[in-house]
Design a protein around this ligand. Sequence first.
Ligand SMILES: *Cc1c(COP(=O)(O)O)cnc(C)c1O
Length: 498
Amino acid sequence: MVYQSTRNNQVIATAAEAIATGISAEGGLFVPSEFPPMTLSEIAELAPLSYNGRAKVILSKFLTDFSKEELSDCVDSAYTVEKFGADPTPVVTLEDGEHILELWHGPTCAFKDMALQILPHLMRVSVAKKVPGKEIVILVATSGDTGKAALEGFKDAPHTRILVFYPENGVSPMQKLQMTTQEGENVAVCAIRGNFDDAQTGVKTIFTDPAVKGKLAEHDMLFSSANSINWGRLVPQIVYYFSAYADLLKEGKVKVGDPINVVVPTGNFGNILAAYYANKMGLPVNKFICASNSNNVLTDFFKTGEYDRRREFYATTSPSMDILISSNLERLLYDLTGCDDQAVSGMMNELKENGHYRVPDAVKKRLQAQFVGGFSTDDEVAETIRDTFENRGYLLDTHTAVAVRVYENYRKETGDKTPTVIASTANPYKFSASVLSALGADVTGADEFEKVALLQQHTGVQAPASLLSLKEKKVRFPQVCDREGQQAVVYEMLKIED
Ligand SMILES: *Cc1c(COP(=O)(O)O)cnc(C)c1O
């Protein structure tokens, strides 16, 4: 199994190389050159396995340069009962045919833990194989959840430093506290005056600047990435779609081979792409429903075939989806153009230079055969949180509510009764203020922890201990920088002279 770059498919890497380096030198993303098949009987055989057992089956098909023992150790070190509870990804049935896949039982209460708890282990093995002795510098741009999940995953990991940039006013107060109080000797966090796309563009620029790369090399350091452009972030996410299907099989809610719909609240397009890759391997999927908030660039894309980021940016109640440049869409385009690296490079250049691109009609046809886009406004999200809690007794966070609303609109419009799995991406307590106001509670004057207490009183749903404990922690990283100042912050953290 080898990996190719989406922008030059002559560039070939092993899994360990793809994970250790994060992104290809010319700016392309690594994709598998083929999708290892999972037959229906192999899928059925997943049903009796634990999550870790299922993960080992799926990951071993992609990470063929990892030994069985290495892979087993990575999986078992990541998904422990202490960190994830007895079942890392429970499937909760809201009503007949509508299932919620809870992906937020990890240490930071967001689905990103599913990938970021295992990535440091995959990285450790990959670095030892490919660039032994190097110190890895992880640069992260975050819209909120990635930053904390990456910090928690990589804190005190040997031979690793991690530096996180987040938009100063673009994350929830709980997310901000989670990051600014982060513990660990090898971590640093800095806010930037700008939005997520500014932070991400800055990180990408530093990452691919040969001068910076040279400076790091002088110090035996090497950049890598924990954003979902890294293959090591994506591949663990393929597992939970198979796992959800295996759970539905086990409970008799689908029969082997029955198709499901998958609904994903989407930002950078990583999570939904993982579902698409699961389907390429053989998971029976009818439709991929891509749910956006008011930053609905993807909804328009699936309708028109034109990706156009030239629009207003909205700060919504689902901040982890406030994104106008969905990096992982590049991987889907590579697949749908039949691995046409020139076409993909062309479109990505258009996006960079002019802020938009259009896919050829044949690609648009293929897109629309499998994907449906939809979006919900903040008001609709609030209404959905209230309805779902009052009428079905289930408490949604704002991101998952985007998905539930988009799915309900889809079902009304199409009458499609295919059993559906909705990815639930965060614990509602990460966004207590928005969830409380959705439920009609008055939160004026309450601080973040009073809001948590209020939400608990109001709903009877237990708040996670990891969030409650933040109250006692002290802020270690109050720093804020300008967009242009990101590179200086990187050097400062690494104690490198500019
Ligand atoms: C990151 C995130 C998303 C978006 O996931 P992508 O893989 O970037 O599309 C949705 N919801 C929450 C809570 C997130 O943290």
